[in-house]
Design a protein around this ligand. Structure first.
Ligand code: HEM
Ligand code: HEM
Length: 177
């Protein structure tokens, strides 16, 4: 925890780097996910799809570090009304849940398709589901649907950050910059 007495609490440098690294990876992953070719039964994991798998593996790896860091370094809560504090905690919890569930569903689907997931060709990830697994195949559709839920939550989260900065004019955004 880093205390800045003139401006109040700010997240530690590690927490801030992890937050913005994940934000960048997620934005990249949505652009790749939406522009890559449609995935069918006989599609091969090449080109943009290979990028989607590698960026996805990077998201999984960074999220493991981020969650471990967060559990061992809880931040100081922001000074908010009980209602705003509840909304903020609920959104952050849901964000964490989806930042785990969306990649895991995609990874299980890749495994069910018989695709190897690895971190930029260097670190191989184990298969999460056997090839042809019906559950793994169904998780492909779930992956696409819950990725949309994640988009909505991120939009809400960004709107809340801008609301704090420009309407409430408090220091919540500064905590993460
Ligand atoms: C938070 C991270 C991720 C986001 C935001 C994301 C987003 C997306 C999006 C938007 C699509 C296209 C859906 C559509 O147009 O129907 C997609 C498809 C897909 N993604 Fe991800 N993805 C993520 C992580 C991963 C990971 C980690 C993997 C595997 C290691 C993965 C594997 C796949 C596969 C296999 C598809 C095709 C699914 C199908 O069409 O059945 N994704 N993803
Ligand atoms: C993909 C995009 C993003 C994701 C997934 C994300 C996720 C998160 C999560 C999970 C937290 C909770 C941190 C914790 O207490 O452990 C958080 C905090 C925060 N985020 Fe984001 N974020 C994203 C983008 C942004 C953007 C673009 C902004 C600014 C416009 C922003 C501003 C903040 C702020 C100010 C906090 C701290 C709130 C507080 O003090 O309680 N985030 N973010």
């Amino acid at each position: 925890m880093v205390e800045n007495h003139s401006q109040g609490y700010v997240y530690s440098p590690v927490a801030r780097v992890l937050h913005w690294l994940i934000a960048g990876l997620i934005f990249a992953q949505f652009i790749i996910g939406w522009t890559m070719p449609d995935v069918h039964r006989d599609t091969l994991p090449t080109g943009e799809i290979a990028w989607h798998l590698s960026v996805g593996a990077a998201i999984v790896a960074v999220m493991v570090i981020r969650i471990a860091w967060r559990m061992t370094h809880p931040p100081e809560p922001a000074t908010l009304s009980p209602q705003l504090s509840l909304a903020s905690n609920a959104t952050h919890w849901l964000l964490y849940i989806l930042l785990v569930a969306v990649p895991l569903a995609g990874w299980a689907n890749a495994s069910a398709r018989g695709w190897m997931v690895n971190l930029f060709g260097i670190v191989p990830f184990p298969a999460l589901a056997p090839k042809g697994s019906p559950v793994g195949m169904a998780l492909g559709d779930i992956h696409s649907v819950i990725a949309w839920v994640l988009v909505v939550l991120i939009a809400l989260h960004i709107a809340a950050a801008l609301f704090h900065r420009f309407v409430l004019r408090d220091s919540v955004l500064k905590r993460m910059l």
